[in-house]
Design a protein around this ligand. Structure first.
Ligand SMILES: [Zn+2]
Length: 268
């Protein structure tokens, strides 16, 4: 391995405590998609401290950022994510289910590591550029809302990636491997149903249940699964079940669906 690459690896090793601190902090912040204020602020602070030129709130997304180092081509992008999931609060280093905050959010698939790993890579490339003196720019992009919100799609719409020669990303897993396949594309849709409220015991015939509509829709999704590609997924969460009284015909109800598939058009 040449000296420049050795310098890159040595820089990552040297910064390991900082990288671990970022990963641990983001684990504790555990913020939902597009609400990653503290996580984003943490990244922006440490990247500025490490000599990167940081721009926060890019593409009109408050918790997105870019952090650049170097000059000229090639321009290499690294993608960091840092959003959490609801209901998965978990104490660090516990191998059993232990909520850190009851009912709180948590990192189900390691986005605290995902962002921190990309940050470590950016530090390594910076050291490489410094040591070698070659032309080149590394840009770490803070990409919020991977679990929902899809900030990267809006960043693409703003032509953010056009300035790049290449972009690299990764995702924590239980094995070390290079994945060359394609990912599912994904659409998220929020459905709102409106019915007519009534006392469910006194005047049930006068009510029209919006919650029934959500249940029927979800049942339809179960039947749809038989006819989907093996790779396709549909996930849903009832985000509004109406009210809290069972003896009321619920006048409103909402379900949030994520539709994922290798293609977003129907095969004929
Ligand atoms: Zn993930």
């Amino acid at each position: 391995m040449n000296q420049n690459k050795q310098a890159a690896l040595a820089a990552v090793e040297k910064k390991a405590p900082l990288v671990a601190d970022v990963a641990d902090s983001v684990w504790e912040y555990a913020e939902l998609s597009l609400q990653e204020e503290r996580s984003c602020a943490k990244y922006c602070a440490v990247l500025a401290q490490e000599g990167f030129t940081v721009e926060k709130g890019i593409c009109g997304i408050p918790t997105a950022f870019s952090a650049a180092y170097g000059s000229g081509r090639p321009v290499i992008g690294l993608l960091a994510e840092y959003d959490a999931l609801s209901g998965l609060s978990q104490k660090a280093e516990s191998l059993t289910r232990e909520e850190r905050i009851p009912g709180g959010c948590g990192h189900g698939c390691g986005h605290n590591l995902l962002g921190a790993g990309a940050f470590a890579a950016a530090l390594g490339v910076k050291a490489y550029l410094e040591k070698s003196g070659v032309s080149g720019t590394v840009v770490l992009y803070g990409c919020p809302g991977e679990e929902g919100g899809a900030a990267k799609a809006f960043m693409a719409r703003e032509n953010l990636w056009r300035a790049l020669d290449a972009a690299l990303t990764w995702h924590p897993d239980d094995v070390n491997e290079v994945v060359t396949g394609s990912s599912n594309s994904c659409i998220q849709t929020q459905y709102h149903f409106t019915g007519v409220a009534a006392h469910a015991a006194g005047d049930p015939d006068r009510g029209r249940s919006a919650l029934d509509a959500v249940e029927l829709m979800n049942l339809g999704v179960q039947f749809l699964r038989e006819h989907m590609s093996d790779k396709a997924r549909v996930h849903y969460a009832i985000t509004d079940a109406g009210g809290r009284s069972p003896n009321v015909v619920q006048p409103r109800s909402s379900v949030l669906c994520i539709w994922c598939g290798p293609t977003m058009w129907r095969r004929r």
